[in-house]
Ligand binder design. Structure first.
Ligand code: KG4
Ligand code: ZN
Length: 338
């Protein structure tokens, strides 16, 4: 009988310090996330220096808690997987150095994982992957359509040319004086309003799977500004609903088109914005009559966590990929070549 594989994942690319242990790439043994959101809230966004300091303070505690909760010691672990990039360089460095120290001290193999590959592999903790598949990645830093023909191979067929979807959510939220991170607040307001305002949809040139959200963000800011000057009232609920309708229409239409063109068997939703209720419902409805299977992870696996890093790391480990002791944080890591 094949021995079970246990991979320990570490994620520190942004504002969550996270450690998880995954069995055979598909089963969560333990998944600990320590969020710093409260510390960044008063600044209206993530402050890189504060994020790094928190990671330094938290990483050992989170690691100990993960092992304790999983009832395991480092002896039981087969490999250590860590987010190598992209992300905030000072934040990534903490995870990478913690992983290297652990690998060295316990003589364990190490693998570097691309953060977005991790978000995609969060889906494998829900459903086995069927290739070819398409993943719609919508996070605070990325908006991409990624085609996968097999495990560990990623082809970006479309990406944002300016703001990421989550970034647009956060900026629009800030304009409405909502707290950071703004995505969940806009999502909540949108459920209470109607999409009555006419906001643009950036389709870009025919056949392109790229995205652009900065024009939409500016349109929201201009709409608010003009209304203020004229003394008109705009209900924030309606503005949120109109903004959300524009984002979702573009995301869903392009995902559906790519699903047909590439004839994929599965469509996976990934990234923090995958927690968006409106997006989840629209995708569900759009894929009702499509042969490809739609997989949407639970909310806890959509936002940053280390279970997804360990899940992607398991595949890389099984494929024989290894990181060395000179691994460095790489904020510009390329998902197609890592
Ligand atoms: O993937 P993630 O946790 O971090 C990055 O890798 O960027 O994504 C964070 C982003 C933030 O921009 C946050 O506002 C957004 O995900 N987000 C949402 C929702 N929940 C989180 N955006 C829209 N609706 C939500 N419900
Ligand atoms: Zn993320």
């Amino acid at each position: 009988m094949k021995k079970d594989t246990f991979v320990l994942g570490i994620e520190t690319s942004c504002d969550e310090t996270a450690v998880a242990i995954i069995k055979n790439g598909t089963e969560i043994v333990t998944n600990i996330v320590s969020s710093q959101i409260e510390s960044h809230k008063r600044f209206g966004g993530v402050v890189p220096e504060i994020a790094s300091r928190h990671h330094v303070e938290q990483v050992t505690f989170v690691l100990e808690e993960a092992l304790q909760q999983g009832n395991m010691t480092m002896e039981d672990i087969d490999c250590i997987a860590v987010t190598e990039g992209p992300g905030l360089v000072g934040a990534l460095l903490i995870g990478v150095n913690a992983a290297k120290a652990l690998a060295f001290a316990h003589n364990k193999p190490l693998v570097g994982v691309h953060h977005i590959a991790g978000h995609i592999y969060a889906n494998r903790l829900v459903k086995e992957m069927i290739f070819p598949l398409l993943s719609l990645v919508v996070s605070g830093g990325h908006t991409e359509l990624v085609l996968m023909k097999e495990h560990g191979s990623f082809q970006v067929i479309g990406e944002t040319r300016d703001d990421a979807a989550g970034e647009a959510y956060d900026k629009v939220a800030r304009t409405l004086s909502l707290p950071y991170p703004g995505g969940p607040h806009i999502d909540r307001l949108a459920q209470e309003g109607q999409p009555t305002l006419d906001l643009p949809r950036a389709w870009l040139e025919e056949g392109s799977y790229d995205f652009s959200f900065s024009g939409l963000k500016s349109a929201v800011i201009n709409t608010l500004h003009n209304a203020k000057q004229k003394g008109d009232t705009i209900h924030p609920q309606d503005l949120a609903a109109s903004f959300q309708a524009s984002v979702i229409e573009v995301l869903v239409t392009k995902t559906l088109k790519a699903t047909k063109e590439y004839d994929v068997k599965q469509v996976l939703l990934a990234g923090g914005v995958a927690a968006n209720k409106g997006l989840r419902a629209s995708l569900d409805e759009a894929f009702n009559h499509v042969d490809a299977e739609l997989v949407i992870p639970p909310l806890s696996l959509c936002t940053d966590n280390a279970a997804m890093i360990a899940a992607a790391g398991t595949v890389l480990f099984e494929q024989g990929k290894r990181g060395s002791m000179d691994m460095n944080a790489n904020p510009g890591l390329d998902i197609e070549n890592f």
